[in-house]
Design a protein around this ligand. Structure first.
Ligand SMILES: [Zn+2]
Length: 274
């Protein structure tokens, strides 16, 4: 699923296309992606609204209007794009949400397997949603000290804590694997046993890697596309994710892959990470 750098890339691409635009009408092909809102309420709510902000929170794109926020969590096969032409048959086929803009463009949320979710939140709903999420790792308030406090509060595997959206927002499997390798930290280590120096390294590398991934427009393994339909490039810079069984780029040891920490693949070097 798209993580912080991918959704940040989408949001940066969409912002100039959507800011100040009035939403003329909305169509929804399926309502199984909706959470806490009906198709009728969403369509009626979007109609006539003006986009006041396009931001990101955690792994979600947030399109704010005068009254409510449309929160889009793109699933593994989800993409958000503004089209400036009539949609082709292929583009229409998996377009779950289509919003006509007052300048003739169309905002499309496309999702082949419909694993993503759409929320339509009023101020109160937004506050509840926002407060359920941990700090943004690229926010200046996310200091090494803040990370140390988060890790100190859990005996779970450090990788699980990094991926827990209530602890830290936006980090998923790819960037947790990469940050732990760069910092030389064993992903299965209890979070509260990570030393202060290791926490400092983890903080530094997590921030560095997320920023580098944004600069490369995210990681495209399969379906992810930017807000302009391009593939990302950060997959070229991954050191562990997707490389189990291949030699460690630092020491040459064969990288291990395990599913024992969480349901996802963890790839690590047992020599470089302790
Ligand atoms: Zn190694």
């Amino acid at each position: 699923m798209p993580e912080l750098p991918e959704v940040e890339t989408i949001v940066r691409d969409l912002r100039p296309e959507l800011l100040g635009r009035r939403l003329v009408s909305a169509r929804l092909s399926h309502d199984d992606v909706l959470r806490g809102v009906s198709r009728r309420t969403l369509r009626a709510g979007l109609k006539g609204q003006t986009v006041t902000a396009v931001t990101r929170r955690a792994k979600h794109a947030v399109i704010a209007t005068e009254t409510r926020r449309l929160v889009v969590q793109p699933g593994m096969t989800g993409s958000l794009m503004v089209h400036r032409h009539d949609l082709t048959a292929a583009e229409r086929r998996y377009a779950v949400l289509r919003v006509a803009l007052d300048d003739g463009g169309t905002l499309v949320y496309r999702d082949v397997r419909r694993l993503g979710t759409l929320l339509w939140l009023d101020e109160r709903g937004w506050r509840g949603y926002d407060s359920s999420l941990g700090p943004e790792p690229l926010d200046p308030t996310f200091t090494p000290r803040a990370l140390r406090q988060i890790l100190a509060g859990s005996r779970a595997a450090v990788k699980k804590v990094l991926m827990d959206q209530r602890a830290i927002a936006g980090v998923g499997n790819i960037y947790a694997n990469e940050a732990l390798f760069a910092a030389g930290v064993d992903p299965s280590k209890p979070a509260n046993a990570v030393t202060a120096p290791a926490t400092g390294r983890l903080h530094r590398h997590l921030v560095r890697i997320l920023e580098a991934a944004i600069a490369s427009q995210g990681t495209t393994f399969r379906d992810y596309r930017t807000g302009t339909g391009e593939a990302g490039n950060f997959q070229l810079e991954l050191l562990v994710y997707g490389r189990e069984g291949e030699p460690c780029r630092r020491c040459g040891t064969t990288l291990s892959g395990t599913h024992s920490i969480d349901a996802r693949i963890t790839v690590f070097c047992h020599r470089c990470q302790s």
